[in-house]
Design a protein around this ligand. Sequence first.
Ligand code: ARG
Ligand code: ZN
Length: 889
Amino acid sequence: TAIQRADYQAPAWWIETVDLAFDLDPAKTRVLNKMRIRRNPDVPAQALRLDGDELNLARVMVNGGGSSFKMDGNQLVLENLPEGHEPLDLEIFTTCSPIQNTKLMGLYVSEGTFFTQCEAEGFRRITYFLDRPDVMAMYTVTLRASKNDYPVLLSNGNLVDEGDLDDGRHFAKWVDPHKKPCYLFALVAGKLVAREQKIKSRAGRDHLLQVYVRPGDLEKTEHAMNSLMHSVAWDEARFGLSLDLDRFMIVATSDFNMGAMENKGLNIFNTKYVLASQSTATDVDFANVESVVGHEYFHNWTGNRITCRDWFQLSLKEGLTVFRDQEFSMDMAGTPSARAVKRIEDVRVLRTVQFPEDAGPMAHPVRPDSYIEINNFYTVTIYEKGSEVVRMQHNLVGRDGFAEGMKLYFDRHDGSAVTCDDFVQAMADANPASPLTQHLQQFKRWYSQSGTPLVKASGQYDPTACTYTLTLSQSCAATADQPEKLPFVIPVEMGLLGQDGAALPLQLQGEAVTSSSHTLVLTQAEQTWVFANVAQAPVPSLLRGFSAPVVLEYDFSDAELLTQLAHDTDAFNRWEAGQRLALRYALQAIRTQGEVASDVMPAAFISALRDVLRHPTLDAAYKDLVLTLPSESYMAEQLEVVDPQRIHAVRESMRQQLAVALQADWAWAFDAHSDTGAYRPDPVSAGRRSLTGSALLMLCLAARDSSDTLWPGKTYQRFKDAGNMTDRFNALSALVYSGATLAQPALERFHALFRNEPLVIDKWFSLQAGACDRGGNVLPAVKQLLKHPDFSLKNPNRARSLIFSYCSANPGAFHRADAAGYVFWSDRVLELDAINPQVAARLARGLDRWRKLAEPYRTAAREAIARVAAKPDLSNDVREVVTRALGKD
Ligand code: ARG
Ligand code: ZN
C-alpha cells in the first residue's frame, strides 16, 4: 500500500540513546539492542510500534524485567508500557543471518567481510527500531568477532575501547559523538587494510582520514584519499563547513546496490568509486571517484547534521548534495572551459535520463507525494533535477546570497530533521530582496509539480526603433501523476549576438546597460521584454549555462545556429547550437521514409564541426563533446512515436558521415592530441585522451567499408601498448564498435590481462553487451556471457555490466522485431527479483517508455511487462514499477 506525504505524523516515542552489541557470525549474528526511550509529549499517548524485517526475536525486556508484546505484521508492538514521561530502558535481543542476505540491505557479508547498508529502511533488518529519519539518537556500539577472520572492527564515531576475548575472539567499542537517524548507522568487520592520512583543518583541529580496502588494493586508493582531502578543504573554503569528527573512514566493498553511502564517519562505497589506478581505471572512473567521494563527504553536513524529516524530503539532502558535488568538481577542474565541460556532461544526464523519467510512468515531483517502495525513489529526478532546483536558487540569489542562505539554514536547523520547505525558506529569508523571495510560493512549485516545462521563445527586431522584443511563454504537459500544472519561476539567462557573432550590450528598455549576459525571470504563462539600442537584428542566445531544467523552443535558422556554434561566448550554448543542428537533421531523416541517406547532415554543418575540431584554442574535451551526436534516447524523447531501429540507423549513418567526411581531420586530431607525458587524470590531459579515443573510433569506422587496415591495425597496436586504461579501453572500444576483425583477439587479450581485476572485467562484459548490433548478434553473445564463469547475478556491478548494458544502454540491439530482447529482459527481472529486489526494480525501469514505441515493439514490450507483473510473489519494488508502467488501461 502507498505511503502518503500528507499522512506524516511526529513519532509517538523518542529514542534517546542506543547501545548495540553485536556477536558477529555469518550464519547467525546476535544483536543486543538496549535503548533509552521516552514518550513524545507533543503527541497523544500511543503504543510503541517498532519496525523489523527478517529478524528472529529472542527476548524483550522493559526496565530490566519481562514485558508483554505482540507482533502486527512486521512490527513489534508494546502496548502496556508504563505511563508518564519518564525515560524507559528497553532491551531487545534478536538474531539475523548476514550470509543469507542477498538483498544487500541491513547486515550482509561480501567476500568474507561484514558490511551494512541502512538507507533508506535497512536498519530494521538489523534490530527492531523506529526506523524513520526524524528519530535521532546517540549510539554506542560494541562489536565482537573472531580476531582471525575479522581483525578490523569498525563503526561510527570514535574507537573508545578494544581488546581480546576468549576463544580467539576480540571486541571493539565505538561511540558516535553526534546523534543521528538510524539510516546513518554502519558497521564493518573483516580483513581490511587502510591508507591513512593525518590532516589539520582550517579550524586547527586534527583529523585522521582512512580509506579501507582489501589487502592488495591499497595502491589503488591514492586518488580516493586525495579526493577526500580536497573535499574537506573545499567545504571549509566554499561554505565554512569543517569536519566535525576526529576520524573519517571510507570502506570499499565490491557488493553494493548503489554508488556509496554517507554513514556518519564511516562511509561505505562501491569499489567502483574508490579504487583507481592508471592501469585499471579510466579518466571517467577517476572523475567519478572524485565526485562520489565529494558527494558522500558533503553529506556530512547536508544530510547528516541536518537530515530529512521523512523520506518524501529525500531531495532536501540529495538535490543539495549533488549540487555541492557538481560545484566541487567544477572548482577542482579549474579552467572556465573545464567547468563548461562538466556542466554539459551534467545536463546531458539530465536530458537523456531525467527528462524521460519526468515524461514517463514513474514521473514524480522533486518532493514526491506518495510511494510504495522508497528505494524506487532514489531517482534522477530526486538527485539531478533536485540539484537543478538548488542551482536555480543559487542563480536567483547569487553566489554570496547562496552562502548566506546556507549559513541561515544551519543556524536554524543544525541537529534536526527538516523539510524541503525549510531549506527554500532559509534561502529566501537570507536574501529578502532577491527574485527568489519575491516569487517564493511560486518557486516552490519546482518541488511539488512533476514534468519538464516547455519554454517557447520568439523575437522581433524593429530596425527603425532599434528595439528587440523577446517573448517567452511557458507550459508543462500533464504527467502520469498530475493532470494540471501551474506556471513555474524560470530563470532564463540570455545574451544577444550580432550577425558576426560578437556579443551585443544588453539594455532593457527604460533601464541601464547591463553586461552582455542577463537573467530574465519568467513567472507568467507569457511575458515580453524589450531591449533598446540594438543596432542590428540579433541572434538570441537563450538559457545560457542551462539556467533552468526546461525544454527551450525557438525557431532558429540554420545560419543562426552556425553563428552560435562558431562564436557564442557562452560555452554551453555554443555546444548546444551544434546539438540543435545535429538533432534537427537527425529528426528530419528519422521522419523521412525509405533508406537512410548517407548524407543526413549538410556540408555547411560538417564544415562547422571541422572548424571546431581543428580549432587552435578550444579544449580537447570540449571539442569531443561538440563532435558527439545527441544520444538515441534523447532523439527518441523528441518523437511521438519511436522506432528504435530507425533512430539507431540514422544515428549510425550520421556517425559514419562524420567519420568519412572528416577522415583527414580525425587523423590530424589523433596525432595532434596524442599525449606523451606521464599519466595524470586532470581534465586537460583527460580531454586529449577522450578526443584521441573518439578519433580512433572514427578512423576505424571510416575504414570499415574499405579494405584499408591501417587504422584498425594502429588501433590494435595502441590497445596493446597503452600505458593507461583510458587509452587501452578507448582503443578496444573502437575495435568493438567498428566491428573490426581485430576486436575478438583484443577482447581475449584484455580478459587474460585483467582476469584478476573485477572492475575491469565489468568493463569487459559491458563493452560486449553494448556492442553495435550486426544481424542480431549481440543478444546471443549476451546469453553466452551469462554462462561465463566470471558472471554472477548476485554481484550488482556484474549484473549491471552485462544485463543493464544490454537492456538499458544498447537500444539498437535490445529492441528486436522478434521481441527476444524483451523476453530476455523479463526473464532477468524475475530472476533478479528473487535475489535483490532493488537491483531488479532498476532493471524493470528499462521499458518505462514502452507506450511511445512503434509496432511491433509496443505490443511486445507490453506483453513482457505484463509477464513480469503476472508473477504472484513479486517484491514491492518491482511491483510498483511494473504497475505504474502498465498504467490503468
Ligand atoms: N544516500 C546515498 C547517496 O546518495 C544513496 C543510498 C541509497 N541507498 C538505497 N538503498 N536506496 O549517496
Ligand atoms: Zn547522496
